[in-house]
Design a protein around this ligand. Structure first.
Ligand code: CS2
Ligand code: MN
Length: 321
């Protein structure tokens, strides 16, 4: 099991701190609005990103999120075939540059969403909350769930051959929050059954799961059983390690050690099921001295999480089954 961190595509103090706590594997979103370069479908652009990380001692292991505007693909709009070809170019570039994992989502219109990002957590740290009751009434759906499923099927069947040829694994990330609709858009990756449907549509060893445990918990799913299932099927590629208190309709995020989940048990389960992918701490609270400008992605909470995870993993090495 590798331990990684989501890091900005351009170097900042977070790169230094990540190295100082011994993190060698980087995950990043190399979208042009963040990199100031062409999207990763341009080889030289992705090559420069990978080189920049390598020069600072990181192995760029994964790209995560929408690496360029995915709306024509997700909404099934004219021009989607051009974007799909760019997506295949990106996959081929990842293969050439030995970046083995792509974490993707199929949230149309609205990505991960919170209604508050300044909710007090332990000691006054700031965390995020989603509360459906705080949202305005849902507008009419801009497309149906089955249309979004059809767009997913068209997309995944078109890109999977490129992923297989490039040796890149695609880990589907759950919708966050995993609710049926949001801001007039349907959401489909919102249950274990939906993941089984999506993986059956892809029908490939290169399409699997980014197991964002907090979202599967929010779905009300049996998280340990799903870990065992997806590990058994060799479909668990990437583990997002964070916790929440509440349900998909109303939850708040917590420090890794301050939520309801037995996080050590999850890591033990991953070890027992032979998980050989990469794990990262996902959203963490913003702590004292930090600006709350990138909720979930400030650094002190990540440093705490790395220490917490590494301590449990070390203990698991000494505690045999
Ligand atoms: C996170 C996201 O919502 C989540 O659980 O993993 O913040 C994810 O990292 C972003 O969508 C990536 O761009
Ligand atoms: Mn996640």
């Amino acid at each position: 099991m590798k331990l990684g961190l989501m890091l900005p595509v351009k170097p900042d103090i977070r790169w230094v701190l990540a190295r100082q706590v011994g993190v060698e594997y980087a995950i990043t979103k190399a979208a042009p609005e963040l990199s100031g370069q062409l999207p990763p479908w341009d080889f030289e652009s992705l090559h420069s990103v990978k080189t920049r990380f390598a020069e600072q001692g990181f192995r760029l292991w994964a790209l995560e999120g929408d690496e360029f505007d995915m709306s024509r693909i997700k909404l099934g709009l004219p021009g989607r075939d051009e974007d799909i070809e760019h997506y295949c170019m990106m996959l081929r570039n990842m293969g050439r540059l030995e970046i083995p994992l792509l974490c993707l989502n199929f949230m149309a219109g609205v990505g991960w969403y919170r209604t508050r990002v300044d909710l007090p957590e332990r000691g006054g740290a700031l965390t995020s909350e989603f509360d459906r009751a705080a949202m305005p009434p849902e507008p009419e759906l801009k497309l149906s769930h089955e249309e979004l499923w059809s767009n997913f099927e068209y997309f995944i069947r078109a890109v999977i051959p490129a992923a297989e040829e490039a040796g890149v694994k695609m880990g589907l990330h759950p919708d966050d929050p995993p609710i049926e609709r949001l801001c007039g858009y349907p959401r489909i990756l919102t249950s274990a059954a939906a993941f089984r449907r999506a993986l059956a549509l892809a029908a490939s060893p290169n399409c699997g799961v980014t197991f964002c445990q907090a979202n599967f918990r929010a779905m009300g799913e049996d998280v340990p059983a799903l870990i065992e299932e997806f590990c058994r099927k060799k479909q668990l590629f990437f583990f997002h390690f964070r916790d929440i208190e509440g349900t998909a309709e109303h939850f708040r995020e917590t420090f890794h050690d301050n939520g309801p989940t037995d996080m050590a048990k999850l890591l033990k389960l991953l070890k027992e099921n032979g998980f050989d992918g990469i794990l990262r701490p996902d959203h963490t609270p913003t702590m004292a001295t930090e600006e709350n400008c990138e909720p979930g992605y400030a650094m002190l909470g990540n440093l705490f999480a790395v220490g917490y995870i590494r301590g449990i993993l070390d203990a698991l090495k000494t505690i045999e089954k």
